[in-house]
Design a protein around this ligand. Structure first.
Ligand code: PLP
Length: 472
């Protein structure tokens, strides 16, 4: 280890690591500031070609990495700036297409120390205290989902997709012939999980509006003799609708079916005393998927799977001599390998733990409430606007709307035009009556008024595009 080591090979850990980081992080932050200013709005202007041209200009159209490097300082400065300039920024209220949250600074800062020390969550000898923090955090999440259960537990996952996969896997481990059943409103990851696990494609249950019908579920379960795992949704991706969880849980119990609730979007509303009544019945589920990279304001990824019976997780236990040899486990070293399908695993629990400790459960709940209140305010603005139509009252923080009189093609062109101009990143949802524009509000500080410019841009763009159609 020596004087001649180039700066690019400096380490983040060790007694000197923090000094090297203190030298390099300002370069990243300068790049972030410069690139954000350069972009000047919610998204980079010009679409895919302009963004690709930005990278080509930086590399001189040569490969990203040549035989010799440019050094840490230059690489960080240039690429941080490029990333900021060419990214959409969910911290701008006009970037509201997806369940894509603006991370809290406290969570991002916590990630620096986690990345520097690089705990890997597959064995205690790689993550002594990180695994203890994860154990506390998952216990807290399990208790949040299952306040009255005897022995609930939770795992950290990469997100709703992995949590849904695990939910179906645990069901299949109890019955290899289990039949997946989900609402027509379910996330595509439920079908993919069935496919990946070698299970039949899910039986699809009709909805009332956007919520699974308990009567239709009962009809489907009657023929399955209890050999079913039902996937209900608490917060659909398209509209934020929450299935009638208590009624569905009763149907599942009556027919001996397992229940997994995909609460990837709505789950952390449990932090709010006011909102958690909307999730009534959630605690009856056998397993629950939650995402702290939506409500939760974590950088990706920060998924969670809670189970009512910790014993269900025994299905994941696995032995690997080098990570959890029997004699090590007997000697008291915690066995972490069965806490995930992955082996090497980032300590995502660490920044979740820092964030929850900083805000408190109620503080987190207040941010969720803020987003839902803002959505109601935006919905009211849309309703009052003569040139806009509101799809319906928001359940959580998703607002669907469209320019009055627009056909589907115009709606989709408005979205692309705003994206291409860098003005706004608005989502889309295809409903039975056509395509709607979607705002998914996850900004914990923006007010309803902060969305007025987005609405006015939609109105102006729709008028412009409609006008150009007439002229042609
Ligand atoms: C976001 C979401 C998912 C997928 O979660 P990822 O974290 O992207 O893997 C699944 N279901 C619902 C309802 C979601 O909102």
């Amino acid at each position: 280890m020596g004087e001649t080591m180039p700066e690019s090979v400096a380490l983040a850990g060790g007694p000197e690591g923090h000094r090297r980081l203190a030298e390099l992080i300002p370069l990243v932050l300068d790049g972030l500031a410069a690139g954000t200013a350069e972009r000047g709005g919610a998204a980079p202007a010009g679409g895919p070609a302009a963004v690709a041209a930005g990278l080509a200009a930086l590399t001189g159209a040569r490969p990203l990495a040549g035989a010799t490097g440019v050094g840490a300082a230059q690489a960080l400065t240039e690429l941080s700036r490029l990333l900021a300039a060419g990214s959409v920024d969910p911290a701008d209220p006009a970037c509201a297409a997806h369940l894509h949250c603006p991370p809290l600074a406290v969570a991002v800062a916590a990630d620096v120390v986690a990345s520097a020390l690089n705990p890997s969550m597959d064995s205690w000898d790689q993550a002594p205290v990180a695994s203890e923090i994860e154990r506390e955090l998952t216990a807290l999440v399990a208790r949040l989902c299952y306040p009255d259960a005897a022995a609930p537990d939770a795992l950290v996952t990469t997100g709703g997709t992995e949590s849904n996969l695990l939910g179906l896997l645990l069901a299949r481990e109890q019955d290899p012939a289990v039949r997946p059943v989900c609402g027509r409103n379910a996330h595509h990851s439920a079908s993919r999980a069935a496919w990946l696990l070698g299970l039949p494609a899910p039986i699809l249950i009709d909805c009332d509006g956007e919520r699974m019908r308990p009567g239709a579920l009962a009809d489907a379960l009657r023929d399955l003799d209890g050999r079913a795992v039902v996937v209900a949704t608490a917060g659909t991706t398209d509209t934020g609708a929450i299935d009638p969880l208590r009624a569905l849980a009763q149907v599942c119990r009556r027919h001996g079916a397992r229940l997994h609730v995909d609460a990837s979007y709505g789950g952390l509303a449990l932090c709010s005393a006011k909102l958690k009544t909307r999730l009534d019945g959630l605690a009856e589920a056998d397993s629950v998927a939650l995402d702290a990279h939506k409500f939760g304001w974590q950088p990706i990824s920060a998924g969670l799977l809670a189970v009512r019976e910790a014993a269900d997780l025994a299905a994941l236990s696995v032995r690997a001599e080098y990570l959890n040899a029997d004699d090590d486990t007997e000697a008291g070293l915690p066995d972490l390998l069965g806490r995930s399908l992955r082996t090497s695993r980032r300590p995502d629990a660490f920044r979740m733990a820092v964030t929850l400790r900083a805000l408190g459960i109620e503080g987190m709940g207040a941010l969720v409430e803020h987003c839902c209140t803002t959505a109601a305010g935006v919905a009211a603005m849309i309703e009052a606007h003569p040139a806009l139509r509101l799809w319906g009252a928001p359940t959580l923080s998703t607002v669907l709307f469209r320019p009055a009189g627009a056909d589907d093609e115009l709606v989709t062109r408005v979205r692309r035009t705003l994206l291409e101009a860098g003005t706004a990143v608005v989502g889309r949802a295809t409903m039975p009556d056509g395509v709607w524009l979607k705002l998914t509000l996850l900004h914990p500080r923006a007010s309803a008024e902060d969305y007025r410019p987005v609405l006015e841009s939609v109105v102006a763009t729709a008028a412009e595009l409609a006008g150009s159609v007439v002229l042609r």
